[in-house]
Every structure is written in C-alpha cells, then in structure tokens.
Design a binder for this molecule. Structure first.
Ligand code: F6P
Length: 545
C-alpha cells in the first residue's frame, strides 16, 4: 500500500471543476460554436500522424485549463515518468509496468531490479522473426514433411483479443497462403469449428498463455494435442505442430512442448498490454517480421509523444481527461468506440479488456473506497453497421454516450464511391449528434405538430473524431498506444491500480469448486446458496436424461 494520497474530491482542481460544471453543464454545443467561430479549427491536436478533433465536446477553454491543473495535482507527469522508468507502479502485484519497453529501440536501456530489459526484448523478437520467416517460407514443415498452412492461436483475454484484433486489422498486409484461426472459449464448439476443415499435418498451434495455467487455454491446448495426435500418431509430432508463448517454462515443458520452441516474455507485461510481446507471434507470422517491427515503431512513436508532449497537445492526455469529464461530471456510464474501417471490427472488443480490466476498480492505491465513478463501459461496432441498430439510442435516447469516431483519409480497398460514402457518415453522425435538429427546423419542413417532438434531435451529444492516413501496421500501433495511455491517464486521476485484475479471481476459484460437482458420479453434497445448489442439481438431472 502507498502512503496516503489526497482524496480526488479534495483536490483544488476537482472542486473548481465541480463549480465550473454547474456553470456550463447546460450550455449547448450550438451556443459554444456560435460564440466562437474558430472553435472547430482550434480544438484539435495532431501528432505522429493521428489527428484528434475534440471541438464537439461540452467543454470550454476553462474546462481544459482546470483539467490540466487536475492532471498536475494528480501527479500525472511524475506517474508517466515512473511507468516508463520501470518503477513498480502495479503496487498490488509489486510489478513494473513496462509494455513500453516491448517497443523500445535496441539502443534503449531500461532497468528493472538492476537488469536492462531491452536486450532480452530484442532477443525474443529476433527469435520470433526467425520462426515467422521459416513458417512463411515453408522451410518449417509439419511432422510428415508438409508445409504449414494453418496457424491456430489458442489463448484467452490478452492472449487472444490482441492477436485476433491485430490479425483482422492488418489482414490487408497478411500472407494469404496461410489460414489463421483463433480459439479462446472453453466451449468445445470454438475449438471444434476452428479445426473442422483443417488437416493436422498442415496445422501449427500457438499456445499463448502468460501463466500457462489458464483453464480455458489449457483445456483447448489438450484437446488440440489429442486432435493432432489422432492423425499424426507419434508423440514426437508435438514438437513440429505446437509452439508456446509464455512466461512459465516449467508448465510449457510439462505440457510436452520443447522450450526451444517457446517464446518468452516477462511479468512486467500485463496480459491486456501484451499484443506487442511474443503474444503477437501470430501477428508476426501474418504480416512478417518487417510488418511487426513497423507496428512496434508505431507504438513507440505514440509512447514518445505521450512521454514528452505538454498536456495541452498530448493526445492520450486529452482523451483520458475528456473521459473523466463525462464519467464523473455528466454521469455518463459508457463510451462508444466506432471505427469506420472494417479492418478494425475487433477493436472495440479489444478495448473492452484494455479499459474495463484496467479501470474497473473501486479501491484506491491507498486502500480507500472511491466516492466517485471509475472506468466506463466500453462498447461499439464498426461503422456504418451500428447506425442501423443502436445509433437511435445515442441520438434520441435518454442516456449520454460520448463517442469516438475513427476514420481514415484513404481506403486500402478503393472501390467506386465506397470510401467517400463511408467517411461522409463519420462527419454526418458527429455533426448530427452535436447539433441535432430543432423543433423549429422540423416545423419549417411542414411536419405535423404532433409529429414534431418525435422528429426533433436535441443534439448536444459529444464525440471525438480521430483521423489518420490509412490503416497500416504503424497506424495500428499508434492507435493502440493512444488508448493504452488514455486508460493510464484515467486510472491516475481516479487513483487506482490500472494494472492488476483481482476481480477475475473469485469466479475462477468458484468454477474450480463446481467442476467436480458437475462431473462426480455420486450425488454431491452441495453447500452453495440455495439458487446455485438448485441450478447445479437441475443441470445434473437434465444432463443425465
Ligand atoms: O482474465 C484474466 C486474465 O488474467 C487476463 O488478464 C489475461 O489476459 C487472461 O486472463 C489470460 O491469461 P493467460 O495469458 O495467463 O492465459
């Protein structure tokens, strides 16, 4: 536990923000824009090729000034330095938080417990590159001599969501001769459907698990071994069809994978921050070592921007503080992330773990219960699909939902008017949310009186627009790092440990207790609450029928 921290609500800037909120909370964006014709050109920031328009937020220059003051009073600059330096800022697990070291250049030096972590990072990257090249070139063959055509990543949480998201995002750059599949769910359907049309002789499994003890991953990994050996027969085939990504060499060899075919990482890499560690092995096989290094370079550019840029122009700082503004002052419960790029279809799901596992906490670093809200619920779908399902609620519902629109100037698949149509929707949705359509406007269109309220849009719904040139490995790295650091900014303001995840433990422990109760031949003596007892009994009865 750290020494006591001044509670958030007692900070001078927080109190000033409360007073300020009372003065502007009802000011419509229409008015803010009318009063300042330069607002749309002024309230933005561009760095490392990422442009952020934050003019359609319910803020004034005063709001920003107070938030920068809050960031200072919260010690954000020192916290950023502490993270990059390798201090053990994950206090409940006594760990450094150094995903930024995974993308540091070879020339960098970062010490953890007196040892430089940069050389081992590059050793692993070099080993991954050799492996990826051998798969891509066909020189790594399966046990029966056939080249590998299918890569199946088995992992869950951070050992799955990053690899899936990155594979989808970078599909344009990926080797088309290889099939990539991702298995995460302990539901046997996930594994069965992933392999049903694959030939074991041509299939390589990457077992990705930081701990190598996760129930879902190990269950799927054992089923994969049974499936592969049913065709390949010899146990020696495992060495040609299974590799591991893990920090746990002992468990990897216990499973039967030669540790020569293991790609390591370190306890200072959190699961949800691991897509650019060896957990990205499937990404590297897909896009090649050069593509992967481009991805890392993109991450690093955003890291440097975050570390060195004054708050006023700092993209992750601006985004993080805006999230706090709506979460804590407007009582917004969620943030919608809306990528207008099909390649980013898994980005919202990736961000769910990044944000919600990081900032879904209610105890501060010094052990108090927060008397304010912390991490918002993250959700979203790629545009324009969402427009035809849930946007109705964002436009006219009763909830305030800040939105992040993400779009690109250029499409990787230019096709007639598609891209202009796509991007026109980004700009139109942000405009409609902010400015709506008044009753007078609806009336003037000749709408019957009784219908006017239904067709009126009150507007005043905030959004950010994030733009970049086009989807590339480097762009993806910059976008992910942007959100990683925004999450860090939010956690710093809320005074929580954004890097532990104790909240996932209890369910895991209880499931371990229930497994034998579902599987035992004898009727078990159930000692749960009456609801859980009844559910287990019912399941056993119906399973038997
Ligand atoms: O769900 C909790 C969690 O520990 C995540 O933080 C992590 O990404 C995931 O499980 C998978 O863990 P592992 O890589 O150890 O299998």
């Amino acid at each position: 536990m750290t020494t006591s921290i001044t509670p958030l609500k007692q900070l001078a800037a927080w109190k000033a923000l409360e007073a300020h909120f009372a003065t502007i909370s009802n000011t419509p964006l229409r008015q803010l824009f009318a009063e300042d014709p330069t607002r749309g050109e002024r309230l933005n920031s561009e760095a490392v090729g990422i442009f952020l328009d934050y003019s359609k937020h319910r803020i004034t220059d005063e709001t920003l000034k107070l938030f920068f003051q809050l960031a200072e009073e919260s010690g954000l600059s020192a916290k950023i330095e502490a993270m990059f330096r390798g201090d053990k800022i994950n206090i409940t697990e006594n760990r450094a938080v150094l995903h930024t070291a995974l993308r540091a250049p070879r020339s960098a030096s970062i010490l953890v417990d007196g040892a430089d972590v940069v050389p081992p990072v590059h050793e692993v990257l070099d080993k991954m590159a050799k492996f990826a090249d051998s798969i891509r070139s066909g020189s790594w063959t399966g046990y029966t001599g056939k080249p590998i055509r299918n890569i199946v990543n088995i992992g869950i949480g951070g050992s799955d969501l990053g690899p899936v998201m990155a594979y989808e995002a970078l599909r344009h750059y990926s080797i088309r001769e290889l099939n990539f599949r991702f298995v995460s769910n302990v539901d046997g359907t996930d594994f069965a459907e992933a392999v049903h049309d694959l030939d074991a002789e041509e299939t390589l499994f990457i077992i990705s698990s930081k701990t190598f003890t996760t129930l879902e991953t190990m269950t799927n990994a054992h089923s994969a071994r049974v499936w592969a050996l049913a065709k390949l027969k010899e146990h020696a085939a495992v060495a040609k069809h299974f590799v591991a990504v893990s920090t746990n060499a002992a468990e990897v060899s216990k499973f039967g994978i030669d540790t020569a075919n293991m790609f390591g990482f370190w306890d200072w890499v959190g699961g949800r921050y691991s897509m650019d560690s060896a957990i990205g092995l499937s990404t590297m096989v897909a896009v090649g070592p050069d593509g992967f290094r481009e991805l890392l370079a993109g991450f690093h550019e955003m890291d440097e921007h975050f570390r060195t840029t004054p708050f006023e122009k700092n993209l992750p700082v601006l985004m993080g503080l805006l999230t706090v503004w709506y979460n804590n002052f407007f009582d917004a419960q969620t943030v919608a992330v809306l990528p207008y790029d099909q390649y980013l279809k898994r980005f919202p799901a990736y961000l769910q773990q990044l944000n919600m596992e990081s900032n879904g906490k209610h105890v501060t670093l010094d052990g108090r219960t927060t008397d304010y809200q912390t991490g918002p619920i993250i959700w979203g779908e790629p545009g324009t699909n969402g427009q035809h399902s849930f946007y109705q609620l964002i436009h006219q519902g009763t909830k305030l939902i800040p939105c992040d629109f993400i779009g690109f100037y250029k499409s990787l698949n230019p096709l007639g008017h598609h891209h202009n149509f796509l991007m026109s929707n980004v700009f139109a949705q942000a405009e409609a949310l902010a400015f709506g359509k008044t009753a007078e406007q609806v009336h003037a269109e000749g709408t019957a009186d009784w219908l006017v309220p239904h067709r009126t849009f009150e507007g005043n719904r905030p959004s950010s627009v994030i733009l970049a040139e086009k989807m590339t490995p480097a762009t993806l790295g910059k976008l992910v790092a942007l959100y990683e650091h925004s999450v860090f900014v939010q956690g710093t303001i809320w005074q929580i440990d954004s890097f532990d995840q104790w909240g996932v433990e209890l369910g895991k422990v209880l499931a371990q207790r229930i497994i034998p109760e579902l599987e035992s031949a004898e009727e078990p003596v159930l000692k749960h609450d009456s609801s859980t007892n009844a559910l287990i009994k019912r399941y056993r009865e119906h399973k038997r029928k």
